[in-house]
Each structure stands twice: as C-alpha cells, then as structure tokens.
Design a protein around this ligand. Sequence first.
Ligand SMILES: *Cc1c(COP(=O)(O)O)cnc(C)c1O
Length: 290
Amino acid sequence: MTRQVHHCVQKALRIVGMQECIVRYIPMDEKYKMKPALLSQQIVADQEKGLLPFMVIASAGTTDTGAIDPLEAIGEIARAKKLWFHVDAAYGGFFMLSNKLKPAFKGTELSDSIAIDPHKGLFLSYGIGAILVKNTKALYQTHHYTANYMQDAFTLEEDPSPEDLSPELTKHFRGLRMWLSLQLFGVAPFRAALEEKVLLCRYFYREIQKIGFEVGPQPDLSIVIFRYIPKSGNSNVFNQNLIEQIKQDGRFFLSSTTIDDIYWIRFAVLSFRTHLKQVQTVLKLLKEMV
Ligand SMILES: *Cc1c(COP(=O)(O)O)cnc(C)c1O
C-alpha cells in the first residue's frame, strides 16, 4: 500500500490479529499515486528474502486528495504474483458511474475485493458501507458457522445467507436503503450529481489559484488540497488560523490534512446540497479572509 491508504487498513489488520505482519509503503509519484514499478521491485525483493507477500491494496480515490492509484498496472502485478488485490474505493468508487470518469477506474475488475461506501458517493444515509468479494467460497469458509439451536435454520453453500458471508448473525437490512433509492430514482440523478461535484471541484481548483492560493495536484475526483503562503510567518500556522476563521463563520466546513509536514486545507465536495452557489460563496469568503 502507499502512505496515503486509509487507516481502516491498519485498523483491520490489528482487528484480525495481524498487526505484526510487515506492511510495505510503496513510494508515490508527485500526484500521490503508487509507483507500480517499485511495487514489483518490493515484491521480488521480499520473496528473495523468503518473506510471503500476500496482499496489495490500492486506493481508488484517496481520502486526502482523491488520487486514484494506477489500478490496472497494480492489478496485473498482483495477478502475476498471485497476491490478493484489494481496492479501497470507499470514497471514489461510485464516480465510476460517470462514463467520463470510468476510464480512470480501469483495472478495478482485476481486484479480489472492493470497498465502496454508498453513504459517500451515493449521498445515502450513514452506515451502509459495503465490501464486494469475488471469491464467495472463501468468504463462506471464513464466516459460515453452525450451532445446535440453529439446527432448524439451514443454508446451502451454493445459496448462502448473508449470515454465512459476514461476521454478523442478526442484522439490519442495510442494503434496503440503497436498493430502494435506486429503485425510486434510478441511476441517472446519482450520476448527474457525481458529475456536478467533479465539475465544482475543477472550478474551485481554477478559481482558488486566481485568488493567490497554492494548490496540490489536479484533482482526479472531487477533492482539492490547497493552502495560502503568507509573505511572512509560518504557512502551516497561517492556514490553521484560516480554517479556524472559517469554522467561526459557521457556513462551511473545510477540513485539513498534513502530508509530508505540510498543512493543507481540503476542499471535498460530496454533499448533494453543495452547488455552484455554495462554492462561489466559499471562494468569496476565502478571498476576504486572506
Ligand atoms: C471514508 C473512507 C473509509 C472509511 O469509511 P467509513 O465509511 O468512514 O467507515 C475507508 N477508505 C477510504 C478511502 C475512505 O475515504
């Protein structure tokens, strides 16, 4: 994985009792994307040492900057080396609905598992994150269990119940929230909203530079990182103060992140209520404040 991977990965490793396994952080290019050639090199070097690389994790939209790793190149390496290929598309996955954005996700189909969050990219209610796993049999073998008191309930390996495929036994019907929304509205309004968010982000990326802000890489999706470099003084402190002022104003929530000791403000557009008017207002506010 890269250093830009979401911390859910390290957390999951700890939960499953594998926090001692060796994690390799593959260097990234200037757009915060994994360099596939270095991934290959690392796998070979580790195998020569007698280690057992078993999994590669790529991000399809990192949380910090929305960067999409080169999925196809990574997927092909994983396949050639017989490693499990996981794609964390929690934030970015649904942008695939847009025909214009779809090419950036090429290679996702090579994955063994994909995480997606309908409560992000489909704007639905919280708590319906999902994981798609190709190898149902492996999932079944991990999660299937029997109990004496459950002898009247039965499921078949060919037609497993959700209880046989996940940790939970009694559970919410979470999928209904997504299914019903798609049944009611169809895919078109979701696709249109996602395309709107990407356009808003590109607009912001262009306009914020006109006000004199420095920006991170050209956005792949709907996140821009930016900061103001003051004529004097510490720019990290300056931008922290700026965010504080925006919080005080109360109309907008801009978050922040730190990459390589640089404090960046994050403009992340992923609410169905954010439109051009809001983006123009926040630009005006930022201009006044600096
Ligand atoms: C948000 C996010 C997560 C965590 O998802 P939750 O729905 O907050 O649990 C994991 N990975 C990425 C890339 C994310 O953006």
